[in-house]
Ligand binder design. Structure first.
Ligand SMILES: Cc1ncc(COP(=O)(O)O)c(C=O)c1O
Length: 431
């Protein structure tokens, strides 16, 4: 199957980490997300081991928790001894409640409010990744009032186009994120930051985009950033001690996509870094990476119950399920690829082409178009695979649909990660 944690049992049911998904759907209801904990830990360890082997001992991954933010994942990140990337006070609050040591966190975002900055500083956030100079002024002022010196990185745009979907490209000069090297604004920002008394510039960050399968843009970005760091040493006598290269490694969602060897990608990026470091003579910075999707995506699938199937002669067939854009808006947002299968009848022939429709009052509420599955009956369990990243964290209550339950599987046993929302949850803030 698509990933090694997915199998089919003697009943012809889809299993994840050995657990029968049809049985879980029966017991816990649908929509239901099921996560394989071992897979998450395995993915963390691939990054951790390869990064310390190739980049050096101090290097570490910082999980981009926007991909899946809840207390459970911060506890796993703590146990695996990795850092985190957070992008809001809400993510920070969740991490704190999970007991995560946020001195190993990077606070991102292109518009941190004064509240975010105050809250982050008060709670000991490790680094703010500064997007612009008005934000820097605010960090400097708030840190000054608290009598501390706040470590920061500057988010730079290296001008790399990684050829992924436009909505998830971030490293080009025309971007809402970061400060461009090409325009000279980055160097102005470095000079300015170095004059501020209450911040300490530890280095730089870049993130070129997401769901990228080609190693070249990562190597180009790493080389460019190291070159830039060495140019600053010559021009300003400033030497960065941290280089955070962001996330972005692609994940296999469908058979046509490759399964990347992340350790090998890290080795290749490290070669470029080492070459540039040896040419320029600067001290090699500590390298941080921020994988999100490639840590959690393939640990999870989402189960739905099939409702009706509509056949429109001369057009297409629609199969409707009891979830959709409220639990997974990614197809509606950017036509994301997914593998769909009929979890309750895995051995039946896949000879029915249909579009999987969600239950919302929105024509764009689709999960995937033109998939081949056995002709579904009402009550069949349908699975959308590889849904661990940017699904639950992007979920909404559109049409007042409660968010689904998230279950974990470990050592063959299931446990609750996030409870299913109730109708009472839906109105708890209504006055
Ligand atoms: C700053 C930053 N770092 C890391 C990531 C994680 O990217 P991915 O999930 O593709 O690894 C993102 C995603 O948008 C990001 O914006």
């Amino acid at each position: 199957m698509l990933h090694e944690n997915l199998t089919v049992n003697a009943l012809g049911h889809l299993c994840i980490a050995g657990a029968d998904t049809v049985e879980l759907a029966r017991q816990y209801g649908t929509p239901l997300m099921v996560m394989d904990e071992e897979r998450i830990r395995r993915n963390f360890r691939i990054y951790k081991n390869a990064m310390s082997k190739h980049f050096g001992e101090g290097s570490f991954p910082a999980f981009a928790s926007k991909a899946f933010s809840c207390k459970y994942i911060y506890k796993i990140a703590k146990e695996e001894n990795v850092g985190i990337d957070i992008v809001s006070s809400g993510e920070l609050y969740t991490a704190l409640k999970a007991g995560f040591d946020v001195s190993k966190s990077f606070f991102h975002g292109n518009n941190k409010t004064d509240f975010d900055i105050e809250y982050g500083i008060s709670n000991g956030v490790g680094h703010f990744v500064v997007d612009n100079m008005t934000e820097l002024d605010s960090i400097n002022e708030i840190a000054g009032k608290k009598g501390i010196i706040q470590p920061v990185l500057l988010r730079l745009t290296p001008g790399i186009d990684p050829h992924t979907h436009a909505a998830i490209t971030t490293g080009q000069v025309d971007s809402k994120f970061g400060i461009a090297i090409e325009t000279g604004q980055a160097t102005e920002a470095v000079k300015y930051t170095l004059t501020r008394k209450n911040v300490r510039l530890d280095g730089f960050h870049c993130h070129i985009g997401s769901q990228i399968f080609d190693i070249k843009p990562f190597c180009d970005a790493a080389r460019l950033m190291i070159k830039y760091i060495s140019s600053l040493k010559v021009e300003l006598g400033y030497e960065a001690s941290i280089l955070n290269l962001g996330g972005g490694f692609g994940v296999k969602y469908i058979e046509a996509q490759p399964e990347l060897d992340y350790a090998e990608f890290i080795r290749l990026v490290s070669q470029f870094i080492d070459n540039e470091v040896s040419v320029s003579g600067i001290k090699k910075p500590t390298i941080v990476m921020e994988p999100g999707r490639s840590i959690v995506a393939d640990s999870c699938l989402t189960l739905y119950t099939v409702g009706g199937t509509k056949q429109i002669p001369g057009f297409k067939n629609y199969t409707s399920v009891d979830g959709g854009m409220p639990d997974n808006p990614r197809y509606a947002l950017y036509q994301s690829d997914y593998t769909v299968c009929l979890a309750s009848r895995m051995n039946d022939e896949c000879d029915f082409e249909c579009t999987i429709a969600g239950r919302c009052c929105e024509s764009g509420d689709l999960l995937q178009e033109n998939v081949l599955i056995p002709k579904p009956q009402r009550g069949d369990i349908l699975a959308v695979l590889v849904t661990g990243a940017y699904n639950y964290s992007m979920a909404s209550n559109y049409n007042r649909i409660p968010r689904p339950e998230v279950l974990g599987i470990k050592d063959g046993k299931e446990f609750e990660i996030i409870k299913r929302e109730s109708f009472a949850d839906l109105i708890k803030n209504d006055l």
